[in-house]
Design a binder for this molecule. Structure first.
Ligand code: ZN
Length: 322
C-alpha cells in the first residue's frame, strides 16, 4: 500500500495547524512498522517541505564531522540525508525498521552502504563499532529512550559523535497555544508528551539529562521549523528568495523555540573504535550478543541459533519469534 502525498502529514487537532511529522495515517502498534510500504519520499518532495528539507540538510552538513571511519544512520528511511555523509566516512551503515524504505535507500546510494533491517530497541552491532551516529526524524518514535540511549552509547567509541533531532514540546507554537488556553499539556514540564500515538514530544531538559547521564556531552544545538515553515506555506514563486532559516538556526536552537531541535553530542570517554575493515564484522546477534557467521542464506548465530537472512543486499537482523 502507498499513501497519496496529501495523506503524509498529521493535523494538530488542538489548533488546526499542520505539523510536519511525515507520518502516514496509521494504527501500527509498533513504531517499526509505521513506514513499511509508505512512499515517504513523496512527503519530502512536496513543495511546502522544500525549505525544511534544505534546512535539515544544511544543519546536518554543519554538525557532522568533516570525516570519519564509520557512520550509522539510525532510521535512515529512504536515504534522504545520505548525501550529507556518504563521502565523509569509509563505511556507512543504513539502518531502518522498514524493508521498503531500505530498498529505496539502496537505490539512492547505489548499493554503497551496508543495509540493515532491524529493531532500533535491539541494535545488532558490536561495542564501539562506530565513530559517528546520526538519527533524524526518528527519536520521537522511541518507546524507551533511556534503553536506546544506553545502547547507542555502547555501539559508539570514545570521542564518537551523535547527531540527533527531536520534537521539542517547549517550542514557540506550543507555548503560545498553552498560554492562550488551547492546549492542556504543559510545555514547560519536563516529562515527555505521549498524547499522540507513536509521536513523542520531548522537553530540552529531559533530552539533556538523558544524554548526559548516558555519558554524552552536548556541544552544538540548532533549531528548525520556524522560518522554513513560513517559507513553506507561501507561494512557490517566492521560494528562491525566501530564507530557510539557516542563519537563525543557532538562535532558535539555543533558545529552544523551534519545533525541531538538532543536537551534536560527543561521547565523553570510552573504548577505542573497533578495529575492523569489513562492514559485516560490525554485526552482533541482537538476541545473545555473539558474532553471527555467514551462512548460505545470510548470517547465523551459533550461540542461540538465530537466523538472519540476507535478501537482495538487505540483512534482516530482527529477532525471529517463529
Ligand atoms: Zn545469538
Amino acid at each position: 500500500m502507498t499513501y497519496e502525498t496529501d495523506e503524509l502529514c498529521s493535523c494538530d487537532s488542538a489548533s488546526g495547524l499542520m505539523i510536519d511529522t511525515g507520518l502516514p495515517p496509521s494504527n501500527a502498534p509498533n513504531a517499526c512498522d509505521l513506514y513499511e510500504n509508505v512512499a515517504y519520499d513523496q512527503y519530502w518532495r512536496r513543495a511546502d517541505r522544500q525549505k525544511l528539507n534544505e534546512l535539515e540538510h544544511a544543519i546536518v552538513n554543519e554538525l557532522l564531522p568533516i570525516t570519519g571511519q564509520r557512520i550509522i544512520d539510525l532510521g535512515c528511511g529512504y536515504g534522504r540525508l545520505a548525501d550529507c555523509y556518504m563521502n565523509r566516512f569509509r563505511i556507512s551503515v543504513m539502518f531502518d525498521g522498514s524493508r521498503s524504505l531500505l530498498q529505496a535507500a539502496q537505490k539512492i546510494t547505489g548499493g554503497k552502504a551496508l543495509y540493515v533491517l532491524g529493531d532500533i530497541n535491539h541494535l545488532p552491532f558490536k561495542t564501539a563499532a562506530f565513530d559517528c551516529a546520526i538519527m533524524v526524524r526518528t527519536f520521537h518514535h522511541l518507546d524507551d529512550s533511556l534503553s536506546f540511549t544506553k545502547n547507542l552509547r555502547r555501539i559508539l567509541c570514545g570521542g564518537g559523535t551523535f547527531i540527533v533531532n527531536y520534537s521539542n514540546k517547549r517550542n514557540i507554537y506550543r507555548v503560545l497555544k498553552y498560554l492562550l488556553g488551547n492546549r492542556s499539556h504543559n510545555p514547560f514540564s519536563c516529562e515527555p508528551d505521549t498524547a499522540e500515538p507513536n509521536f513523542i514530544h520531548h522537553h530540552p531538559d529531559f533530552i539533556r539529562k538523558l544524554l548526559e547521564n548516558a555519558g554524552f556531552n552536548i556541544s552544538d544545538i540548532r533549531g528548525a521549523g520556524i522560518l522554513d515553515k513560513v517559507a513553506g506555506v507561501l507561494p512557490t514563486f517566492l521560494f528562491p528568495i525566501l530564507p530557510t532559516g539557516k542563519t537563525l538556526a543557532k538562535v532558535f536552537g539555543k533558545l529552544f523555540l523551534a519545533p525541531w531541535i538538532f543536537l551534536k553530542a560527543t561521547v565523553n570517554a570510552g573504548e577505542t573504535l573497533l578495529p575492523t575493515t569489513a562492514a559485516e564484522e560490525l554485526l552482533n546477534c541482537p538476541q545473545c550478543g555473539s558474532q553471527p557467521v555467514r551462512s548460505p542464506s545470510g548470517f547465523y548465530c551459533k550461540e542461540c541459533q538465530q537466523v538472519y537472512p540476507l535478501d537482495d543486499g538487505i540483512i534482516d537482523m530482527r529477532i525471529s519469534t517463529t
